[in-house]
Design a protein around this ligand. Structure first.
Ligand code: FES
Length: 102
């Protein structure tokens, strides 16, 4: 995935916008990433990625997923429960959720 690809599909927020927001704000709590155009306040799919970006926006390189793989993984996530939250840990049961970049 590239910087202009959406990380939050619900609100169409790109990686570039999220990284720039995190560099500017330096959020102590990952949930502050929601202040970037509402990212993470819809289905919750992107929350693990938002958390990773919030923790270290300067080392977030491109995701090692294609946009198609990312979209397909989200499609599978939408069919499962429970949903991701900002408690810093993706819920179990979302085995299809790809790992954020390290
Ligand atoms: S993809 Fe970000 S909240 Fe749904």
């Amino acid at each position: 995935m590239q910087p202009d690809d959406d990380i939050c599909y619900c609100y169409h927020v790109s990686m570039r916008k999220l990284v720039n927001f995190a560099r500017r704000v330096r959020p102590v709590q990952a949930s502050r990433m929601t202040e970037c155009l509402g990212a993470g306040t819809g289905c919750g799919w992107c929350i693990p990625f938002l958390t990773r970006i919030a923790r270290d926006p300067d080392r977030i390189g491109a995701l090692e997923l294609t946009p198609e793989q990312y979209a397909e993984s989200r499609k599978n996530y939408i069919k499962t429960q429970p949903r991701n939250t900002f408690d810093e840990t993706p819920k179990s049961g979302n085995a299809e959720t790809p790992k954020p970049p390290s």
